[in-house]
Design a protein around this ligand. Structure first.
Ligand SMILES: [Zn+2]
Length: 133
């Protein structure tokens, strides 16, 4: 398996996200502040053996020069919030990235397919705590 997304997949992801950071809607230009990067929702270290790891369903366009700046940095610094918004997928949830909704600031909740499509979907059901009545 490849250790990085292919050029084609990166182009597919940027096209799907309209070259905007899915978290803050900033238009992304290569080489310009705040930078652009491709974030792995299911982290590489967690996803070994997962066939979607470098597929479009696991990748989102975010601002930031690396994983410590911009929204890319925010995601890694706020894992709990990022999980709620679908930017991070916990390995033990045992869900494929294509089955986990992701919140795009511009388009709302989306399901991302492995072939680079984004489909509008309902927000994920929050985990209920205790009785609901
Ligand atoms: Zn951003």
């Amino acid at each position: 398996m490849a250790s990085n997304p292919s050029k084609e997949t990166r182009a597919q992801v940027l096209g799907r996200d309209q070259h905007r950071c899915v978290v803050c809607e900033t238009y992304l230009r290569p080489g310009q502040w705040p930078g652009m990067s491709i974030h792995h929702r299911l982290r590489r270290s967690q996803g070994s053996g997962d066939d979607e790891l470098h597929e479009a369903s696991n990748l989102i366009s975010v601002c930031g020069m690396d994983n410590s700046t911009g929204c890319h940095g925010w995601i890694h610094q706020h894992p709990n919030e990022a999980v709620k918004l679908g930017y991070l997928i916990r390995s033990y949830d045992d869900h494929k990235p294509s089955e986990v909704p992701m919140f795009n600031q511009r388009y709302g909740w989306q399901l991302l397919s492995t072939d680079g499509q984004a489909t509008p979907c309902k927000p994920p059901t929050p985990h209920k705590e205790g009785p609901t009545k």
